[in-house]
Design a protein around this ligand. Structure first.
Ligand code: PLZ
Length: 443
Protein backbone atom coordinates (compact mmCIF):
# COMPACT_ATOMS: atom_id res chain seq x y z
CA UNK A 1 0.00 0.00 0.00
CA UNK A 2 1.57 3.26 -1.11
CA UNK A 3 -0.11 5.39 1.56
CA UNK A 4 1.67 5.03 4.92
CA UNK A 5 -0.80 3.74 7.50
CA UNK A 6 -0.13 6.27 10.22
CA UNK A 7 -1.60 9.52 11.46
CA UNK A 8 0.71 12.46 10.97
CA UNK A 9 0.00 16.15 11.47
CA UNK A 10 2.47 18.60 9.93
CA UNK A 11 0.23 21.71 9.97
CA UNK A 12 -2.87 22.87 11.74
CA UNK A 13 -6.07 21.26 10.46
CA UNK A 14 -7.01 22.60 7.97
CA UNK A 15 -3.55 23.55 6.72
CA UNK A 16 -2.67 26.56 4.55
CA UNK A 17 -3.03 24.80 1.19
CA UNK A 18 -6.42 23.46 2.20
CA UNK A 19 -7.45 26.94 3.28
CA UNK A 20 -6.42 28.34 -0.06
CA UNK A 21 -8.42 25.69 -1.86
CA UNK A 22 -11.36 26.39 0.38
CA UNK A 23 -11.29 30.03 -0.63
CA UNK A 24 -11.55 28.87 -4.24
CA UNK A 25 -14.40 26.54 -3.28
CA UNK A 26 -16.36 29.39 -1.75
CA UNK A 27 -15.92 31.42 -4.93
CA UNK A 28 -16.67 28.59 -7.35
CA UNK A 29 -18.95 26.03 -5.71
CA UNK A 30 -22.56 26.59 -4.70
CA UNK A 31 -22.86 27.47 -1.04
CA UNK A 32 -25.63 24.87 -0.94
CA UNK A 33 -23.02 22.12 -1.05
CA UNK A 34 -21.84 21.76 2.54
CA UNK A 35 -18.36 20.62 3.55
CA UNK A 36 -17.89 18.87 6.88
CA UNK A 37 -14.13 19.18 7.15
CA UNK A 38 -12.44 21.50 4.63
CA UNK A 39 -9.29 19.45 4.32
CA UNK A 40 -8.49 18.77 0.69
CA UNK A 41 -7.41 15.24 -0.07
CA UNK A 42 -4.60 14.38 -2.42
CA UNK A 43 -4.20 10.65 -1.89
CA UNK A 44 -5.84 7.97 0.19
CA UNK A 45 -5.49 4.30 0.95
CA UNK A 46 -6.45 1.80 3.64
CA UNK A 47 -7.48 3.84 6.68
CA UNK A 48 -5.57 7.02 5.84
CA UNK A 49 -6.42 10.21 3.94
CA UNK A 50 -3.45 12.37 2.91
CA UNK A 51 -4.22 16.06 2.46
CA UNK A 52 -2.58 18.67 0.24
CA UNK A 53 -0.51 19.96 3.19
CA UNK A 54 0.93 16.52 3.84
CA UNK A 55 -1.21 15.70 6.88
CA UNK A 56 -2.27 12.08 7.25
CA UNK A 57 -5.72 11.67 8.74
CA UNK A 58 -7.35 8.56 10.15
CA UNK A 59 -10.49 7.83 8.16
CA UNK A 60 -13.46 6.89 10.35
CA UNK A 61 -15.98 7.88 7.69
CA UNK A 62 -15.13 6.06 4.43
CA UNK A 63 -16.71 8.92 2.50
CA UNK A 64 -20.00 8.00 4.23
CA UNK A 65 -19.72 4.21 4.15
CA UNK A 66 -18.41 3.96 0.62
CA UNK A 67 -14.75 2.93 0.63
CA UNK A 68 -15.33 -0.20 2.71
CA UNK A 69 -12.52 -1.96 0.82
CA UNK A 70 -10.26 1.02 1.46
CA UNK A 71 -9.52 3.91 -0.84
CA UNK A 72 -8.03 3.12 -4.22
CA UNK A 73 -8.22 -0.57 -3.28
CA UNK A 74 -5.88 -2.59 -5.51
CA UNK A 75 -8.50 -4.83 -7.12
CA UNK A 76 -10.85 -1.91 -7.69
CA UNK A 77 -8.10 0.09 -9.36
CA UNK A 78 -6.87 -2.83 -11.43
CA UNK A 79 -10.29 -3.74 -12.81
CA UNK A 80 -11.42 -0.16 -13.35
CA UNK A 81 -8.16 0.71 -15.10
CA UNK A 82 -8.42 -2.25 -17.45
CA UNK A 83 -12.00 -1.30 -18.22
CA UNK A 84 -11.05 2.34 -18.85
CA UNK A 85 -8.67 1.16 -21.51
CA UNK A 86 -11.21 -1.15 -23.16
CA UNK A 87 -14.13 1.26 -23.33
CA UNK A 88 -15.71 3.82 -21.00
CA UNK A 89 -19.35 3.93 -22.06
CA UNK A 90 -21.82 2.61 -24.56
CA UNK A 91 -25.06 2.93 -22.56
CA UNK A 92 -26.38 -0.49 -21.57
CA UNK A 93 -29.74 0.37 -23.15
CA UNK A 94 -28.07 0.98 -26.52
CA UNK A 95 -25.38 -1.71 -26.79
CA UNK A 96 -24.88 -3.79 -23.64
CA UNK A 97 -21.74 -5.33 -22.15
CA UNK A 98 -20.83 -8.22 -19.87
CA UNK A 99 -19.72 -6.26 -16.79
CA UNK A 100 -23.28 -5.09 -16.13
CA UNK A 101 -24.58 -8.64 -16.41
CA UNK A 102 -21.85 -9.94 -14.12
CA UNK A 103 -22.73 -7.37 -11.44
CA UNK A 104 -26.42 -8.28 -11.74
CA UNK A 105 -25.62 -11.99 -11.41
CA UNK A 106 -23.41 -11.32 -8.39
CA UNK A 107 -26.07 -9.23 -6.65
CA UNK A 108 -28.76 -11.81 -7.38
CA UNK A 109 -26.58 -14.37 -5.69
CA UNK A 110 -25.33 -12.30 -2.73
CA UNK A 111 -28.57 -10.66 -1.59
CA UNK A 112 -30.81 -12.44 0.94
CA UNK A 113 -33.13 -15.20 -0.26
CA UNK A 114 -32.79 -18.10 -2.67
CA UNK A 115 -35.74 -17.11 -4.87
CA UNK A 116 -35.23 -16.10 -8.48
CA UNK A 117 -34.02 -12.52 -8.71
CA UNK A 118 -33.35 -9.73 -11.18
CA UNK A 119 -31.27 -6.57 -10.85
CA UNK A 120 -31.27 -3.12 -12.47
CA UNK A 121 -28.31 -0.77 -12.10
CA UNK A 122 -28.26 2.97 -11.47
CA UNK A 123 -25.81 5.67 -10.36
CA UNK A 124 -26.71 6.74 -6.85
CA UNK A 125 -28.54 5.52 -3.80
CA UNK A 126 -31.35 8.00 -4.34
CA UNK A 127 -31.79 6.82 -7.89
CA UNK A 128 -31.96 3.20 -6.75
CA UNK A 129 -34.60 4.09 -4.15
CA UNK A 130 -36.67 6.03 -6.72
CA UNK A 131 -36.55 3.08 -9.04
CA UNK A 132 -37.48 0.61 -6.32
CA UNK A 133 -40.58 2.73 -5.72
CA UNK A 134 -41.36 2.83 -9.45
CA UNK A 135 -41.00 -0.95 -9.68
CA UNK A 136 -43.17 -1.58 -6.61
CA UNK A 137 -45.89 0.73 -7.92
CA UNK A 138 -45.79 -0.82 -11.34
CA UNK A 139 -45.93 -4.37 -9.96
CA UNK A 140 -48.73 -3.75 -7.44
CA UNK A 141 -50.68 -1.12 -9.39
CA UNK A 142 -50.92 0.78 -6.10
CA UNK A 143 -49.65 4.27 -5.20
CA UNK A 144 -48.92 4.66 -1.53
CA UNK A 145 -45.44 4.31 -0.08
CA UNK A 146 -44.96 3.90 3.66
CA UNK A 147 -41.76 5.15 5.29
CA UNK A 148 -40.63 5.82 8.85
CA UNK A 149 -39.66 8.54 11.27
CA UNK A 150 -35.90 9.29 11.11
CA UNK A 151 -35.63 7.75 7.63
CA UNK A 152 -33.11 8.91 5.04
CA UNK A 153 -33.48 7.87 1.42
CA UNK A 154 -31.92 10.67 -0.65
CA UNK A 155 -32.15 14.23 -1.94
CA UNK A 156 -34.12 13.97 -5.21
CA UNK A 157 -37.73 15.11 -5.18
CA UNK A 158 -39.26 11.72 -4.47
CA UNK A 159 -36.53 10.68 -2.04
CA UNK A 160 -36.78 14.01 -0.18
CA UNK A 161 -40.43 13.11 0.36
CA UNK A 162 -39.29 9.72 1.69
CA UNK A 163 -36.65 11.31 3.94
CA UNK A 164 -37.82 12.47 7.35
CA UNK A 165 -35.53 15.31 8.32
CA UNK A 166 -36.26 18.91 7.33
CA UNK A 167 -32.84 20.51 7.92
CA UNK A 168 -30.79 20.35 5.79
CA UNK A 169 -32.47 17.95 3.37
CA UNK A 170 -35.92 19.39 2.69
CA UNK A 171 -36.09 22.97 3.89
CA UNK A 172 -37.37 25.23 1.13
CA UNK A 173 -37.30 22.48 -1.50
CA UNK A 174 -40.97 21.51 -1.60
CA UNK A 175 -43.55 20.74 -2.74
CA UNK A 176 -42.64 17.09 -2.39
CA UNK A 177 -43.90 14.01 -4.18
CA UNK A 178 -47.26 12.75 -2.95
CA UNK A 179 -48.60 9.44 -1.65
CA UNK A 180 -45.82 9.10 0.93
CA UNK A 181 -46.92 8.23 4.48
CA UNK A 182 -44.62 8.39 7.49
CA UNK A 183 -45.07 6.00 10.38
CA UNK A 184 -43.52 5.66 13.84
CA UNK A 185 -40.16 3.90 14.06
CA UNK A 186 -39.15 1.55 16.86
CA UNK A 187 -36.28 3.60 18.33
CA UNK A 188 -35.29 1.72 21.49
CA UNK A 189 -33.38 4.56 23.18
CA UNK A 190 -36.36 6.89 22.87
CA UNK A 191 -39.15 4.39 23.48
CA UNK A 192 -39.78 2.83 26.89
CA UNK A 193 -39.85 -0.88 27.69
CA UNK A 194 -37.85 -3.93 26.73
CA UNK A 195 -37.15 -4.92 23.13
CA UNK A 196 -40.22 -7.14 22.90
CA UNK A 197 -42.56 -4.47 24.25
CA UNK A 198 -41.12 -1.83 21.93
CA UNK A 199 -41.50 -4.08 18.89
CA UNK A 200 -45.06 -4.89 19.92
CA UNK A 201 -46.07 -1.30 20.69
CA UNK A 202 -44.38 0.16 17.62
CA UNK A 203 -45.85 -2.53 15.40
CA UNK A 204 -49.36 -1.88 16.74
CA UNK A 205 -48.93 1.86 16.25
CA UNK A 206 -47.63 1.21 12.72
CA UNK A 207 -50.38 -1.16 11.57
CA UNK A 208 -53.15 0.94 13.16
CA UNK A 209 -51.89 4.09 11.49
CA UNK A 210 -51.52 2.47 8.06
CA UNK A 211 -54.99 1.00 8.36
CA UNK A 212 -56.58 4.26 9.49
CA UNK A 213 -54.68 6.73 7.32
CA UNK A 214 -53.87 4.86 4.12
CA UNK A 215 -55.62 1.51 3.84
CA UNK A 216 -53.47 -1.56 3.30
CA UNK A 217 -54.92 -2.15 -0.15
CA UNK A 218 -53.47 1.16 -1.36
CA UNK A 219 -49.95 0.51 -0.20
CA UNK A 220 -47.47 -0.41 -2.93
CA UNK A 221 -44.43 -0.66 -0.67
CA UNK A 222 -43.03 -0.27 2.79
CA UNK A 223 -39.52 1.16 2.56
CA UNK A 224 -37.15 0.84 5.51
CA UNK A 225 -33.46 0.99 6.35
CA UNK A 226 -32.69 -2.13 8.43
CA UNK A 227 -30.48 0.13 10.54
CA UNK A 228 -31.26 3.79 10.00
CA UNK A 229 -28.18 5.66 8.81
CA UNK A 230 -28.44 9.44 8.62
CA UNK A 231 -31.24 9.23 11.21
CA UNK A 232 -28.65 8.25 13.81
CA UNK A 233 -27.68 4.59 13.39
CA UNK A 234 -30.94 3.53 14.98
CA UNK A 235 -30.94 -0.23 15.40
CA UNK A 236 -34.53 -1.38 15.77
CA UNK A 237 -35.34 -4.01 18.39
CA UNK A 238 -35.09 -7.64 17.30
CA UNK A 239 -38.21 -8.79 15.55
CA UNK A 240 -39.29 -5.38 14.24
CA UNK A 241 -38.12 -5.87 10.66
CA UNK A 242 -39.47 -9.40 10.49
CA UNK A 243 -42.89 -8.34 11.79
CA UNK A 244 -43.13 -5.68 9.12
CA UNK A 245 -41.93 -8.00 6.37
CA UNK A 246 -44.53 -10.63 7.37
CA UNK A 247 -47.29 -8.02 7.53
CA UNK A 248 -46.31 -6.80 4.05
CA UNK A 249 -46.55 -10.32 2.66
CA UNK A 250 -50.00 -10.73 4.22
CA UNK A 251 -51.24 -7.60 2.43
CA UNK A 252 -49.52 -7.98 -0.94
CA UNK A 253 -47.22 -5.06 -0.16
CA UNK A 254 -43.65 -4.95 -1.49
CA UNK A 255 -41.13 -4.89 1.37
CA UNK A 256 -38.14 -2.78 0.30
CA UNK A 257 -34.97 -2.80 2.39
CA UNK A 258 -32.85 0.27 1.73
CA UNK A 259 -29.37 -1.13 2.30
CA UNK A 260 -27.56 1.73 0.60
CA UNK A 261 -25.62 2.45 3.80
CA UNK A 262 -25.82 -0.93 5.60
CA UNK A 263 -24.95 -3.17 2.66
CA UNK A 264 -21.75 -4.85 1.50
CA UNK A 265 -20.31 -6.20 4.74
CA UNK A 266 -20.67 -2.91 6.62
CA UNK A 267 -22.68 -4.46 9.46
CA UNK A 268 -20.79 -7.75 9.63
CA UNK A 269 -22.98 -9.58 7.11
CA UNK A 270 -23.27 -9.02 3.39
CA UNK A 271 -26.55 -7.24 4.16
CA UNK A 272 -28.03 -6.06 7.45
CA UNK A 273 -31.33 -7.92 6.91
CA UNK A 274 -29.44 -11.18 7.29
CA UNK A 275 -28.83 -10.67 11.00
CA UNK A 276 -32.58 -11.14 11.49
CA UNK A 277 -33.15 -13.68 8.74
CA UNK A 278 -35.37 -11.19 6.92
CA UNK A 279 -35.70 -11.58 3.15
CA UNK A 280 -36.81 -8.36 1.47
CA UNK A 281 -38.77 -8.38 -1.79
CA UNK A 282 -36.55 -5.60 -3.14
CA UNK A 283 -33.23 -4.36 -1.84
CA UNK A 284 -31.53 -1.10 -2.80
CA UNK A 285 -27.74 -0.91 -2.72
CA UNK A 286 -25.07 1.68 -3.55
CA UNK A 287 -22.14 3.20 -1.61
CA UNK A 288 -19.91 0.23 -0.63
CA UNK A 289 -20.74 -1.68 -3.80
CA UNK A 290 -18.01 -0.25 -6.04
CA UNK A 291 -15.17 0.98 -3.83
CA UNK A 292 -15.89 4.65 -4.52
CA UNK A 293 -17.21 4.67 -8.06
CA UNK A 294 -20.83 5.68 -8.50
CA UNK A 295 -23.00 2.61 -8.85
CA UNK A 296 -26.32 1.59 -7.34
CA UNK A 297 -28.76 -1.25 -7.76
CA UNK A 298 -32.23 -2.55 -7.17
CA UNK A 299 -32.30 -6.31 -6.73
CA UNK A 300 -35.38 -8.34 -6.03
CA UNK A 301 -37.95 -10.97 -6.78
CA UNK A 302 -38.01 -11.76 -10.49
CA UNK A 303 -41.79 -11.44 -10.74
CA UNK A 304 -41.72 -7.93 -9.23
CA UNK A 305 -38.66 -6.71 -11.13
CA UNK A 306 -40.00 -8.11 -14.41
CA UNK A 307 -43.48 -6.61 -13.96
CA UNK A 308 -42.23 -3.31 -15.38
CA UNK A 309 -42.85 -2.75 -19.12
CA UNK A 310 -39.77 -2.98 -21.36
CA UNK A 311 -37.99 0.36 -21.49
CA UNK A 312 -39.57 1.53 -18.23
CA UNK A 313 -36.27 1.48 -16.32
CA UNK A 314 -32.93 2.88 -17.30
CA UNK A 315 -30.81 5.99 -17.71
CA UNK A 316 -27.79 7.06 -19.73
CA UNK A 317 -25.14 6.03 -17.21
CA UNK A 318 -26.80 3.38 -15.05
CA UNK A 319 -24.38 0.50 -14.66
CA UNK A 320 -21.46 2.31 -16.29
CA UNK A 321 -18.83 -0.27 -17.34
CA UNK A 322 -16.01 1.27 -15.28
CA UNK A 323 -18.21 1.39 -12.17
CA UNK A 324 -19.27 -2.22 -12.81
CA UNK A 325 -15.66 -3.35 -13.16
CA UNK A 326 -14.87 -1.55 -9.90
CA UNK A 327 -17.80 -3.30 -8.21
CA UNK A 328 -16.53 -6.70 -9.28
CA UNK A 329 -13.12 -5.79 -7.81
CA UNK A 330 -14.68 -4.48 -4.64
CA UNK A 331 -16.87 -7.56 -4.10
CA UNK A 332 -13.92 -9.86 -4.81
CA UNK A 333 -11.93 -8.01 -2.13
CA UNK A 334 -14.77 -8.39 0.37
CA UNK A 335 -14.85 -12.13 -0.24
CA UNK A 336 -11.08 -12.69 -0.30
CA UNK A 337 -10.39 -10.63 2.80
CA UNK A 338 -13.50 -11.66 4.77
CA UNK A 339 -14.48 -8.03 5.29
CA UNK A 340 -17.73 -9.05 6.99
CA UNK A 341 -15.57 -10.73 9.64
CA UNK A 342 -13.44 -7.58 9.83
CA UNK A 343 -16.58 -5.51 10.41
CA UNK A 344 -17.54 -7.75 13.33
CA UNK A 345 -14.08 -7.36 14.82
CA UNK A 346 -14.33 -3.57 14.42
CA UNK A 347 -17.59 -3.65 16.40
CA UNK A 348 -15.86 -5.52 19.23
CA UNK A 349 -13.09 -2.93 19.43
CA UNK A 350 -15.51 -0.01 19.27
CA UNK A 351 -17.87 -1.42 21.88
CA UNK A 352 -15.12 -2.06 24.37
CA UNK A 353 -13.55 1.35 23.94
CA UNK A 354 -16.83 3.27 23.76
CA UNK A 355 -18.15 1.57 26.88
CA UNK A 356 -15.07 2.69 28.78
CA UNK A 357 -15.61 6.23 27.46
CA UNK A 358 -19.29 6.17 28.44
CA UNK A 359 -18.29 5.37 32.01
CA UNK A 360 -15.84 8.22 32.08
CA UNK A 361 -17.87 10.85 30.28
CA UNK A 362 -21.51 10.91 31.42
CA UNK A 363 -22.71 12.41 28.14
CA UNK A 364 -22.89 9.16 26.17
CA UNK A 365 -26.56 8.18 26.39
CA UNK A 366 -26.28 5.12 24.20
CA UNK A 367 -23.71 3.15 22.25
CA UNK A 368 -25.25 1.41 19.29
CA UNK A 369 -24.78 0.06 15.83
CA UNK A 370 -23.63 -3.14 14.24
CA UNK A 371 -20.34 -4.13 12.69
CA UNK A 372 -18.37 -1.18 11.38
CA UNK A 373 -21.42 1.07 11.67
CA UNK A 374 -21.15 2.28 15.25
CA UNK A 375 -22.36 5.43 16.98
CA UNK A 376 -22.83 7.19 20.28
CA UNK A 377 -25.85 9.32 21.09
CA UNK A 378 -24.76 12.37 23.07
CA UNK A 379 -27.09 13.78 25.73
CA UNK A 380 -27.18 15.96 28.81
CA UNK A 381 -25.98 13.65 31.61
CA UNK A 382 -28.74 11.86 33.48
CA UNK A 383 -31.34 12.69 30.80
CA UNK A 384 -32.12 11.75 27.20
CA UNK A 385 -31.96 15.42 26.18
CA UNK A 386 -29.97 15.62 22.91
CA UNK A 387 -26.80 17.72 23.04
CA UNK A 388 -26.08 18.70 19.45
CA UNK A 389 -23.65 21.46 20.44
CA UNK A 390 -21.43 19.09 22.36
CA UNK A 391 -21.64 16.59 19.49
CA UNK A 392 -20.35 19.28 17.11
CA UNK A 393 -17.59 20.18 19.55
CA UNK A 394 -16.37 16.61 19.97
CA UNK A 395 -16.54 16.07 16.21
CA UNK A 396 -14.50 19.22 15.57
CA UNK A 397 -11.96 18.24 18.23
CA UNK A 398 -11.44 14.90 16.45
CA UNK A 399 -10.98 16.72 13.15
CA UNK A 400 -8.37 19.07 14.60
CA UNK A 401 -6.40 16.03 15.70
CA UNK A 402 -6.56 14.39 12.29
CA UNK A 403 -9.40 11.93 12.81
CA UNK A 404 -12.28 12.12 10.35
CA UNK A 405 -15.52 11.49 12.20
CA UNK A 406 -19.10 12.20 11.13
CA UNK A 407 -22.26 13.28 12.89
CA UNK A 408 -25.83 12.13 12.25
CA UNK A 409 -29.23 11.94 13.88
CA UNK A 410 -32.59 13.63 13.71
CA UNK A 411 -31.49 15.76 16.66
CA UNK A 412 -27.90 16.20 15.41
CA UNK A 413 -26.52 14.54 18.52
CA UNK A 414 -25.08 11.32 17.14
CA UNK A 415 -21.41 10.83 16.49
CA UNK A 416 -20.96 7.98 14.05
CA UNK A 417 -18.10 5.82 12.90
CA UNK A 418 -17.82 4.14 9.52
CA UNK A 419 -14.20 3.12 9.12
CA UNK A 420 -13.00 1.33 6.01
CA UNK A 421 -13.27 -2.37 6.83
CA UNK A 422 -9.61 -2.85 5.93
CA UNK A 423 -8.38 -0.33 8.52
CA UNK A 424 -5.58 -1.56 10.81
CA UNK A 425 -6.45 -2.12 14.47
CA UNK A 426 -3.67 0.17 15.59
CA UNK A 427 -5.20 3.03 13.60
CA UNK A 428 -8.62 2.29 15.05
CA UNK A 429 -7.24 2.40 18.59
CA UNK A 430 -5.41 5.61 17.86
CA UNK A 431 -8.59 7.13 16.45
CA UNK A 432 -10.44 6.07 19.59
CA UNK A 433 -7.70 7.56 21.81
CA UNK A 434 -8.23 10.85 19.99
CA UNK A 435 -11.99 10.55 20.50
CA UNK A 436 -11.53 9.92 24.21
CA UNK A 437 -9.39 13.05 24.52
CA UNK A 438 -11.88 14.98 22.40
CA UNK A 439 -14.63 14.14 24.89
CA UNK A 440 -12.45 15.14 27.84
CA UNK A 441 -11.51 18.44 26.18
CA UNK A 442 -15.02 19.33 25.09
CA UNK A 443 -16.82 18.84 28.40
N1 PLZ B 1 -30.48 5.55 1.30
C1 PLZ B 1 -30.02 4.57 3.48
O1 PLZ B 1 -27.80 6.33 3.56
C2 PLZ B 1 -27.10 8.16 1.44
C3 PLZ B 1 -26.19 10.90 2.31
C4 PLZ B 1 -25.34 12.03 2.66
P1 PLZ B 1 -26.98 8.72 -2.54
N2 PLZ B 1 -26.60 8.55 2.71
C5 PLZ B 1 -25.62 9.60 2.74
C6 PLZ B 1 -25.93 13.33 2.24
O2 PLZ B 1 -25.98 14.22 3.11
O3 PLZ B 1 -26.31 13.48 1.08
C7 PLZ B 1 -28.29 7.23 1.40
C8 PLZ B 1 -28.58 6.35 2.47
C9 PLZ B 1 -29.70 5.53 2.38
C10 PLZ B 1 -30.23 6.37 0.27
C11 PLZ B 1 -29.13 7.21 0.29
C12 PLZ B 1 -28.89 8.10 -0.90
O4 PLZ B 1 -27.75 7.71 -1.57
O5 PLZ B 1 -25.97 7.85 -3.22
O6 PLZ B 1 -26.40 9.80 -1.68
O7 PLZ B 1 -28.01 9.23 -3.49
Amino acid sequence: MSVPQERKLVTQIPGPKSEELHTRTKAAVSAGVGVGLPVYIERAGGGILVDVDGNQLIDLGSGIAVTSVGNAAPKVVERAQAQLEDFTHTCFMVTPYEEYVAVAETLNELTPGTHEKRTALFNSGAEAVENAVKIARSATKRDAIVVFDHAYHGRTNLTMALTAKNMPYKKGFGPFAGEVYRMPMAYPYRWSGDAETITEDAFTAFTNAVHAQVGEEHVAAVLIEPIQGEGGFIVPPKGWLGRIADWCREHGIVFIADEVQTGFCRTGDWFACEAEGVVPDLITTAKGIAGGLPLAAVTGRAEIMDAVHAGGLGGTYGGNPVACAAALGSIETMKDEDLAGKARRIEQIFRERLEAMAEKHGVIGEIRGRGAMMAVEIVTPGTTQPDADLTKKVNAACHRQGVVTLTAGTYGNVLRFLPPLVIGEDLLHEGLDVLDTAFAESL
